[in-house]
Structures are given as structure tokens and as C-alpha cells.
Design a protein around this ligand. Structure first.
Ligand SMILES: *Cc1c(COP(=O)(O)O)cnc(C)c1O
Length: 355
């Protein structure tokens, strides 16, 4: 089996390598017992009667320990962020020199990579997916041959907004041949047939797998994202993150939720069945030109006039996402799989507006 050797340190921005991170009170003394007069906390508890007066664990060790067992990784391979979006931003800040380094995205894809790049003054270069929304590996490799400033490649699989899983062999090929970071965003992996690329972490030190509690776990409001990668990269991310980036409340709720992994799996199973029903019902509607195959909890559909359909559905208080301005997604709408009742409402509304 191919095993990549790779120098992570050479990729990190030099001033980040030499950065002396902020050390919080909880970093300097991490014991559990004692009289804690070191963090200027309120000794009386919280005004709402609860116990949120103490700062949370900056490294979320309890959550990571439980999560590591579920994901079959070492806790040192886990970074937890205030949503995956925080991990994406930190990767830019750690590895991409503004106005010099570049990142490669494969449109149509998740919009946050572009926004995060713009915030960090990092240029995004693009190699579009093929017509069937797969990696165009030849195009990617010939592009990288010419463009040496690319530090990070963002691959979203299952891809948002197209919904499909990207070819595993193609991703592995990119991981092996590209001497930069390959970020595989698996926000929707629970809904897919293929296993997570987490299993490749030991072979590819340049792999960063992003997952989230926002979708399959149903905890979007708590804001917790995960990055699984080489401990050296985790160390860099920990160095530059805000010290207390995950609140005590979020840590507690996620820790408890991790005991309900079977419940997550049950919900996923139901959602996949609902997705199949919804896809079949949408395909039966003459106004819908195409329902794209999905490995996620949403469906991409093509209609004759997406803007018109989107606005007509809003009039019926059914809100979908207009993706028609996205590359390769002309006249496409993205529809989240809802409950049985919600999906029926959508179908009824499309029927009404297409009379
Ligand atoms: C929803 C989604 C996320 C999750 O972002 P959070 O900040 O964790 O809520 C990440 N990536 C993609 C592609 C998504 O669609």
C-alpha cells in the first residue's frame, strides 16, 4: 500500500511556526482539584443559577476521548472547532500566505472555501468537476503542473450542492501526488454509502478530513465541527485557535450526544429512505427536468426556470435554495430532505405552482 512521506513543517507559514501561543489559566494548571483563583472567574456561580462560571477545557479532552473511540482515531488526531467553518478559516491562517499562496477548489462546491479565502486574501483557483460532477484528475494534475503556488485543495464529498459522493480512487490519487494539504469535507458522509476517508489518515499525513455535528447529528445550533488529521497539523491548529473556542454548554451537550450514536444512525437511515421517496416523487413531476443522484440529505434538481420556481415556492412558504448562479448548476434548486409531511408539502406546492 502506498504510504506518503511528507514534510508538514515546510508547508506552515513561518511566523505561525515560531508563534508563541497564548497560554490560558487552564493551560498552565490543568489539575482538577484546588482553590481556583487564577482565571478571574466568578466564585458564586452563574446569575441564571447554573454552573457556567468556570472557563471550559480549551482542548475539549473529554469530548475528544469519546469521539476518538467512535471514529477509531487517536485523540491527538482530532481538532474541534466552532463549526467546520472555524477549522476551514484556521487552515487558511496556518498554511496560506496572503496574496502569495493559493488554494484549489473544484466547483460547483461549498461556498465557504471561497469566502474564507477572500477574508484571508488568498486567491482561489478552480478546476471544475466533470459533467457528472466527478474529479477531473487529468485536468487537476496538468493544472498543478503549471500552478505551483497551490497549498491546499478543498474536496467536498459528498459534494454540496450536487449531493454526490466523489470517486475514492481519484481522491487517493490526488492525496498521493499533491505535495500540499488535501482537505476532504465530509459534512454529509453519514448519508453516503462509502466509509469516511478517516481510514486513510495513517497513510496520508497531508489529509485533513472535516466532519460536523450540524447535519446527521442534528446539532447545528451548538456549533461543533471536527477536523481529523496528522497530530502535527492538529498542534498547529491548536496553537492559533481562540483559547476557549468551544463553549462549556456545547462540550456537555456533544459529550452526552456521543452516547446516542445508534440514534444518529437510525435518523440517518430514515432520512435516506425519505430521500429516496422524495427523489421518486420529484422525478414523477413533468416540470422537473432532472433529479441528480444524492449521497447526502438533500437533492439537487433542474427545472426550466429556477428563479421563477424558487419565488413561486416562497409564495407558498416553502423555502428551498436557488443554486442557479453556481457553475454547472444552471436552473438548479437544492432541496433539503425534510420530514414526510414537509416533503409532501413541497410536492403539493410544486404541483400548485406548475399548474
Ligand atoms: C453544512 C456544511 C458544513 C458544516 O458547517 P458547520 O460550520 O460545521 O455547521 C461543512 N461543509 C459543508 C460542505 C456543508 O454543507
Amino acid at each position: 500500500m502506498l504510504q506518503k512521506t511528507f514534510n508538514i513543517t515546510s508547508l506552515v507559514r513561518p511566523h505561525i511556526l515560531s508563534l508563541k501561543p497564548y497560554t490560558s489559566a487552564r493551560d498552565e494548571y490543568s489539575g482538577k482539584n484546588g482553590t481556583f483563583l487564577d482565571a478571574n472567574e466568578n466564585p458564586f456561580g452563574s446569575v441564571n443559577g447554573e454552573a457556567f462560571n468556570r472557563y471550559p477545557d480549551p482542548l475539549q479532552k473529554a469530548v475528544k476521548q469519546k469521539l476518538a473511540a467512535i471514529k477509531k482515531v487517536n485523540p491527538a488526531q482530532i481538532f474541534l472547532g466552532n463549526g467546520s467553518d472555524e477549522a476551514i478559516d484556521l487552515l487558511f491562517r496556518a498554511f496560506c500566505e496572503p496574496q502569495k499562496d493559493k488554494v484549489l477548489t473544484l466547483p460547483p462546491t461549498y461556498g465557504m472555501y471561497q469566502v474564507s479565502a477572500a477574508i484571508n486574501q488568498v486567491e482561489v483557483v478552480e478546476v471544475p468537476l466533470t459533467a457528472s460532477f466527478q474529479l477531473d484528475t487529468n485536468a487537476i494534475f496538468s493544472f498543478l503542473e503549471r500552478e505551483k503556488a497551490v497549498k491546499v485543495i478543498f474536496i467536498c464529498s459528498p459534494n454540496n450542492p450536487t449531493g454526490n459522493q466523489l470517486d475514492l480512487v481519484a481522491i487517493e490519487n490526488v492525496l498521493y501526488h499533491f505535495n500540499g494539504l488535501v482537505v476532504v469535507d465530509e459534512a454529509y458522509i453519514d448519508f453516503a454509502m462509502y466509509p469516511s476517508l478517516i481510514k486513510l489518515l495513517d497513510r496520508f499525513p497531508n489529509l485533513v478530513v472535516l466532519q460536523t455535528f450540524s447535519k446527521a447529528w442534528g446539532m447545528a445550533a451548538l456549533r461543533m465541527g471536527m477536523a481529523f488529521t496528522h497530530p502535527e497539523i492538529i498542534h498547529i491548529l491548536n496553537k492559533i485557535k481562540p483559547p476557549y473556542n468551544i463553549s462549556q454548554l456545547t462540550q456537555e451537550k456533544v459529550l452526552a450526544a456521543l452516547d446516542s450514536d445508534t440514534k444518529r444512525a437510525e435518523k440517518v437511515k430514515i432520512l435516506i429512505a425519505l430521500r429516496q421517496d422524495l427523489a421518486a416523487n420529484l422525478k414523477a413531476l413533468p416540470i422537473i427536468k432532472k433529479v441528480y443522484p444524492s449521497d447526502a440529505n438533500f437533492l439537487l434538481i433542474k427545472v426550466d426556470n429556477a428563479k421563477q420556481m424558487y419565488n413561486a415556492l416562497i409564495q407558498k412558504l416553502v423555502i428551498v435554495r436557488d443554486r442557479s448562479s453556481v457553475k454547472l448548476c444552471d436552473n438548479c434548486l437544492r432541496i433539503t430532505v425534510g420530514t414526510k409531511e414537509e416533503n409532501s408539502k413541497l410536492i403539493a406546492a410544486i404541483n400548485e405552482v406548475s399548474q
